[in-house]
Design a protein around this ligand. Structure first.
Ligand code: F6P
Length: 498
């Protein structure tokens, strides 16, 4: 069993950030990577050549290269569940058999999309996508980021079991022109099944002749979908080995493929594949997912940082922080090694974030002057998403750049309430433009970075047993079959009079 030795990382003593720049005129170049239309800049982090060398040794001792090969070869890297993690195969990077299977599933999805476009289901204007977690966050992000100007279909993604969420979508949509996409890897998730049933009732009440005939199922459990009532021809399967939070590339991406068009969906996959190839084939010192993970681990293991924040300086990426929360925290929020031994080092920090410039007027006070060190990541796009005069986009990006500079430089003042400590790190990701290819590459970058973090932490990023206990207790409570603690019993009595 391999365990990470953090002592060389904890022994690193990089100078303050302004000093690192003063010491090395080539720092920006040395710590930047350009790939797939994205410029990555880690120069405003404390990564140094020495740190990268130390992390490369750690990566070697943890078998990163072999683990990466095993991931893309479709080996059972998800050891606790005894299966592979084949999201790479969805974009063509995997074993030939798995890639062929993914392509066959994609062809099936495309054929159904063609049929919808040809009005085989009558006129469809609205897509009610029902799913939760990985079955919602990815497609929601894709449609929100890339589909703002698309007028092909109006998509609503409903995840919460709170009926307010579903009602909001139903109020907006014409049931006669709506197609329901039920997205669930397992096809058993309580929230999703209840929302789906209520949506069917809504259609029925509106006089839709065959509501089940207007349902498409996106799932790795096709039999369950058929059993529930979806005709086999409208079940779009994907492989069991594609994890929920890694599934937007599979049929779970259906609403995006429909709303943006098939060509756009293919470009998304191609962008992701380009990032995968970069990750697989590039040496660690200029490998974007690896460098990002090295910075993450430096701050969590050597500086005791308990959180990391991503700020998207682009309204179109406003859902990115919540997508990342699931990807990173559900993957790496673990307390045992892949072999089941307790870990004695911090695992994933808390991922949080927001949208710039809004966040500057809400949470940046703490980031500049608070007592906690929060490594930041800024994500911006060079090409504007709006058609207003240049001022808006220029202001947006200038603000992002200025925040990174201010956090790093700091400023002293006689009045300490007005002083800024500086030396606060940030990484910057600058996209040429927000298009399917670049977004695909960005999301694959995050997936691969999460994987590198997991390998170096010695944990399995592909299971999520931590979500089960609460689910089980909710089910038991619903049936009234559990003796809860006095506080919970009192709350249940107050809410339901039981
Ligand atoms: O509860 C966690 C989880 O299992 C996630 O991992 C998953 O993305 C989500 O629930 C939804 O699961 P499903 O796609 O099976 O409905």
């Amino acid at each position: 069993m391999r365990l990470p030795d953090w002592s060389p990382i904890r022994a690193l003593q990089p100078a303050a950030l302004p000093q690192l720049f003063a010491d090395d005129p080539r720092r920006v170049e040395a710590l930047s990577v350009d790939i797939a239309g994205i410029h990555f800049d880690w120069s405003k982090t404390h990564l140094t050549a020495e740190a990268i060398a130390a992390f490369s040794i750690l990566a070697q001792s943890m078998g990163l290269a072999a683990r990466r090969d095993a991931l893309f070869a479709g080996e059972a890297v998800n050891v606790t569940e005894g299966r592979a993690a084949e999201h790479g195969a969805e974009r063509g990077e995997g074993s030939p058999e798995s890639v062929a299977r993914a392509q066959a599933y994609h062809a099936r999805m495309r054929a159904l999309i063609d049929a919808i476009e040809a009005e085989a289901f009558g006129p469809v204007r609205h897509i009610l996508h029902i799913g939760i977690g990985g079955s919602a966050l990815g497609p929601d992000l894709l449609v929100d980021a890339l589909g703002r100007d698309a007028d092909r279909y109006d998509v609503a993604v409903v995840s919460n079991v709170d009926g307010v969420a579903l009602e909001e979508a139903m109020d907006r949509f014409d049931p006669q022109a709506t197609l329901i996409a039920v997205a669930s890897k397992t096809f058993t998730t309580t929230e999703t099944m209840l929302n789906a049933e209520s949506a069917l009732e809504w259609m029925q009440a509106a006089g839709v002749e065959d509501p089940y005939g207007r349902v498409v199922a996106l799932t790795a459990a096709p039999d369950k979908a058929v059993e529930w009532g979806v005709d086999e021809t409208r079940v779009l399967p994907f492989a069991e080995s594609v994890g929920g939070r890694y599934s937007l590339w599979s049929s779970i991406g259906f609403p995006a493929a429909l709303a943006l068009g098939w060509d756009a969906f293919e470009e998304l996959l191609e962008g992701a594949a380009e990032m995968d190839r970069h990750f697989r084939l590039t040496e660690l010192s200029s490998n974007a997912p690896a460098l990002a993970a090295f910075a993450d681990l430096y701050y969590s293991q050597a500086r005791g940082c308990e959180t990391r924040a991503t700020f998207a300086y682009d309204e179109r990426l406003r859902l990115l922080p919540s997508y990342l929360q699931q990807l990173e925290m559900e993957s790496n929020g673990k307390r045992v090694t892949a072999e089941g031994q307790p870990v004695e080092w911090p695992t994933a920090p808390i991922t949080w974030g927001g949208v710039g410039t809004d966040a500057q007027h809400a949470v940046f006070q703490l980031l500049h002057q608070g007592t906690r060190l929060v490594p930041l990541e800024f994500v911006g796009v060079i090409e504007a998403g709006d058609a207003l005069a240049d001022d808006h986009h220029r202001q947006l990006l200038i603000n992002m750049f200025a925040q990174g500079a201010a956090l790093m430089a700091g400023r002293d003042a006689a009045d300490k309430a007005r002083a800024y400590p500086g030396d606060r790190p940030s990484a910057t990701l600058l996209l040429d433009r927000l298009d399917p290819r670049t977004l695909g590459a960005l999301l694959a970058f995050y997936e691969n970075r999460t994987f590198v973090n997991a390998v170096l932490l010695g944990i399995n990023p592909f299971d999520q047993f931590g979500v089960e206990l609460g689910k089980e207790m909710a089910k038991a409570a619903d049936k009234g079959g559990l003796d809860f603690d006095p506080s919970t019993t009192d709350l249940i009595r107050r809410a339901f009079g039981e």
